[in-house]
Design a protein. Structure first.
Length: 202
């Protein structure tokens, strides 16, 4: 069955859909606030090997400094094509885009300084396989930066929530089981959780 992320019309309207519908109606915040939080966390990242999982249409091009080596992955080639255009427009030089499953990562051990996942972790079905792969590819002292939707406080859900990571405590437990240190960011917004997970240097 064809994924919605392979439908040309949806992909072309995706950024507008996120800005006007998903952020205000589902996440209870604005895309400007969201991107501001990520930009603040990434502003001092320079000359690093960066991997983005579920890169979508390439919003990280707006907030990641251009002097980093970047690999963007997703399951949709249409979305990656848009992402590639955005990164080139921003002036990135060392960029690669490829189809990849976040729960079955094929990269070398201890290769990346930073792994980013923006909003998509809730879609990862084999979440333990993902966490195991993340530990494998992060270098000693490397970081995972993530934003993920959480269940609303009143119990009503406006967005797909993976029950295995439906609360900060569950996410912390996931990463602790796989040898990573979980740390929520001080700045939070709406119904999203922003956090980092660290691979402690030995």
């Amino acid at each position: 069955m064809k994924s919605i992320y392979d439908i040309k019309l949806f992909v072309n309207l995706y950024d507008c859909f996120m800005r006007k519908i998903m952020f205000p109606r589902c996440f209870n915040t604005t895309i400007e606030t969201h991107m501001g939080i990520l930009k603040n966390e990434l502003k001092d990242i320079h000359g690093k090997k960066v991997l983005e999982l579920a890169a979508g249409t390439g919003s990280m091009a707006e907030v990641l400094p251009i002097d980093n080596s970047y690999i963007g992955t997703d399951v949709s080639i249409r979305m990656l094509n848009i992402a590639k255009t955005k990164f080139k427009k921003m002036g990135f030089q060392n960029i690669v885009f490829e189809i990849a499953d976040a729960c079955n990562l094929k990269f070398d051990a201890e290769y990346f300084d930073l792994v980013i996942c923006n909003l998509a972790m809730t879609y990862f079905i084999n979440i333990d396989d993902f966490a195991d792969g993340l530990y494998h590819i992060l270098r000693q002292g490397g970081e995972y930066l993530c934003s993920v939707p959480m269940s609303l406080k009143n119990g009503k859900k406006k967005y797909r929530i993976n029950e295995k990571i439906a609360a900060p405590e569950k996410i912390k437990d996931l990463f602790v089981r796989h040898g990573l240190v979980f740390e929520p960011l001080k700045k939070q917004a709406g119904e999203l959780l922003y956090f980092k997970a660290y691979k402690i240097a030995q």
